[in-house]
Design a protein around this ligand. Structure first.
Ligand SMILES: Nc1ncnc2c1ncn2[C@@H]1O[C@H](COP(=O)(O)OP(=O)(O)O)[C@@H](O)[C@H]1O
Ligand SMILES: [Mg+2]
Length: 656
């Protein structure tokens, strides 16, 4: 008896739906992606009951003929790819031809569509229930497509039971809509939830789009999240080496390919306790990629507290042939052909953006004027273990253009639709005129440090504005006045940062000061620990740790970095081993130096009640200004904060 039989089309579709359609937001995502691929300029998403009762996505895209609409219900039917080779360079959101039949098999679906074109007089309407076509009829419709999905999982009660509360499902959908709003500022996007319009983003103008992108993105971020966080612009185009390994060994010439990274990232000190506000896109697709997450954390290393995550909205634009998007049914994950290189490049670009922000000299474009006044320690080498320069070259004018995915054809100008008096919309500049400008009548107070010129930047980083010293609070906080309000510096955190960077720069240059121990000590380790340590010996030596093999599992310590005080050499090595083991992932030399120095610079830094005199304060502030990342201590705590005049006025009820 034959027991192996082919599954019916309907069951096969329901199985596929299990992978592609996890919950209501998956339906929204697939339908919106189809609308984007169909070159729509406006998309409206409507849901009720958290998407379980109804999801309706309407677009003004190219639409479908009746034949195409029927075909789209077949499994593996797509207009986006044809051949295997096409898989290697996908430039559309969809390509698997699975979404429509999957959704249709687990819901009651209606497709109303009309092809674009003057000669197309009418559209068609198809009703499907649980994968079965109920009716196909001619219907009047505007050009474009509207797909309605009712009663999701009505025929899969087990699946329906697993759905979370309406509120949770709504939250996921709303989050997805925000991602689309960020990625497609050119697209007019409306989101209606239970009859209420939640978002209405008008489109950006097509011809202005490229130059205005950053502005449009900022505008959308402001509408979505308000103006609470300081964000830094990132915009870099470079070329990197994507030669396949086998071609490298065959001695073939390097293949340089373009890469662009642009968007907004939180200034040092801006963070969240989860990845909620971390938005990463690869070729416009919101993605989850471990390498990129690490790159982001690497960039913020020692500017982020443990367990905190950066805030960002970043777009990585690569040639489609450099990314594999076909590794996840819902296309959430992507894989880069050169994972390690991409991670390093992204981290480096972001790190540079963070450092530029922190560098008042660069920031004010007055670098050349002040070069002489810069102490030597600031001429730091590139961080250890980072790729040597040739890997990253600025894109030359005749270099191939970075692939840009722009499916919408005629987006319109952007002007946020919101109530005029909506606080989120209010522009800081217009609300507090002059607040950020240096007043010419500023009182003549003796200054700890006054920068030679006023800095009329609305959002100038704190360390670039003139600060007048007022006093010390609690023997810890240095108080300053600026034209924007009150500024407090945590002496201890600031000193930690200064020490940390000094020691790091010594370690980077291989000049870590080392102190000979009076008595050498030996330490015996287990097999695994011994091999772990043996691997890292050269790194230890660079960091000034005199550790030597003294037998198979025995090591001799004869010197330690001179900044390490008050700890036995043996204990130091054992602690270091714990760190190494706990690190879990491949620790680079730079990581190790950072860990080590960050944990010890804390002990060396001035303690809360160390009394510091004026001269020392001036020095400290000066040193801090010359740090690469002055706004946080090496553990990511802030070194300097500001209480604006506005905040003070609010507290004293001078304004409401
Ligand atoms: N909103 C739409 N406008 C125009 N065509 C659409 C739309 N939605 C789906 N289609 C057509 O139906 C096909 C199948 O869609 P789908 O099942 O999502 O697969 P894929 O997007 O992977 O091609 C698409 O390739 C496209 O040609
Ligand atoms: Mg699709």
């Amino acid at each position: 008896m034959n027991r192996v039989k082919l599954l019916s089309e309907q069951v096969a579709n329901q199985i596929a739906a299990g992978e592609v359609i996890e919950r209501p937001v998956s339906v929204v995502k697939e339908l919106v992606e189809n609308a984007i691929d169909a070159q729509s300029t406006r998309i409206t998403v409507e849901i009720t009951g958290g998407g379980r009762t109804l999801i309706r996505v309407s677009d003004d895209g190219i639409g479908m003929s009746e034949g195409d609409a029927l075909m789209s219900l077949e499994r593996h039917a797509t207009s986006k790819i044809q051949k295997t080779e096409d898989l290697a360079k996908i430039s559309t959101m969809g390509f698997r031809g699975e979404a429509i039949p999957s959704i249709a098999s687990v819901s009651r679906m209606t497709i109303l569509t009309r092809e674009r074109g003057d000669d197309v007089l009418e559209g068609c309407e198809i009703s499907i229930s649980g994968g079965k076509i109920l009716s196909v009829k001619a219907a009047g419709a505007p050009a474009g497509t509207t797909i309605e999905v009712r009663n999701l999982f009505f025929n899969l009660p087990a699946r329906r039971k697993f759905l979370k509360s309406e509120e949770t499902e709504r939250g996921h959908i709303q989050h997805y809509i925000t991602l689309v709003a960020m990625a497609y500022p050119g697209l007019a996007l409306t989101y209606i939830q239970d009859g209420k319009t939640i978002f209405q983003f008008p489109a950006g103008k097509a011809d202005e789009l490229e130059s205005m992108r950053m502005k449009l993105l900022k505008e959308r971020m402001r509408l979505l999240y308000g103006t609470g966080d300081d964000l830094i612009e990132v915009n870099n185009s470079i070329q990197y080496d994507s030669t396949p390994d086998e071609d490298i060994s065959a001695g073939l010439p390097a293949q340089m390919v373009p890469l662009k990274l642009w968007g907004l990232i939180g200034a040092p000190g801006v963070s969240r306790s989860s990845r909620d506000r971390q938005h990463l896109f690869v070729n416009m697709r919101p993605v989850d990629n471990k390498g990129l997450n690490y790159a982001l954390l690497d960039a913020y290393q020692n500017a982020l507290m443990k367990g905190r995550y950066p805030v960002c909205c970043l777009f990585l634009v690569l040639d489609p042939s450099e990314v594999d998007v076909n590794i996840h049914p819902a296309k959430r994950e992507v894989k880069f052909h050169k994972e390690a290189a991409i991670r390093r490049i992204v981290s480096r670009i972001l790190r540079t953006a963070l450092e530029d922000y922190s560098d008042p000299f660069k920031c004010n474009e007055r670098k050349e004027l002040l070069d002489e006044s810069k102490p030597e320690q600031n001429t730091v080498q590139p961080p250890l273990d980072l790729p040597s320069k040739p890997e990253m070259k600025p894109v030359e004018t005749n270099a191939p253009k970075v692939f840009e995915y722009r499916p919408y054809t005629q987006p319109l100008p952007f002007s946020p639709v919101r109530a005029k008096n909506d606080p989120i919309q209010t522009d800081r500049k217009t609300v507090y005129p002059g607040q950020y400008h240096v007043s010419s009548q500023a009182p003549e107070v003796e200054c700890a440090e006054i920068r030679p010129e006023p800095v009329p930047l609305t959002n100038a980083p704190l360390l670039t504005v003139p600060l007048r010293f007022l006093g010390v609070l609690n023997k810890l906080y240095l108080l300053f006045e600026s034209d924007r309000g009150l500024v407090l510096v945590d002496q201890h955190a600031a000193h930690e940062r200064v020490l940390f960077e000094r020691l790091m720069s010594q370690a980077e240059q291989g000049k870590a000061e080392s102190q000979q121990l009076l008595l050498s000590e030996t330490v015996e380790l287990g097999m695994r620990d011994a091999s772990l340590i043996r691997e890292k010996l050269p790194v230890f030596h660079r960091l000034g740790i005199g550790l030597h093999e003294f037998g198979e599992r025995t090591f001799l310590i004869d010197s330690l970095p001179s900044f390490i005080k008050g700890i036995s050499a043996k204990k130091f090595i054992l602690d270091l081993l714990d760190d190494l083991r706990a690190a879990g992932r491949e620790l680079t030399q730079a990581d190790m130096a950072e860990e080590l120095i960050a944990s010890h610079s804390c002990r060396l830094a001035v303690k809360a009640n160390d009394i510091v005199n004026r001269e020392e304060i001036d020095h400290l502030m000066d040193d801090l200004r010359h740090c690469r990342m002055p706004y946080t201590c090496p553990h990511g705590r802030p070194t300097i904060i500001e209480i604006s005049q506005r905040d003070l006025e609010k507290k004293f009820r001078r304004v409401l």
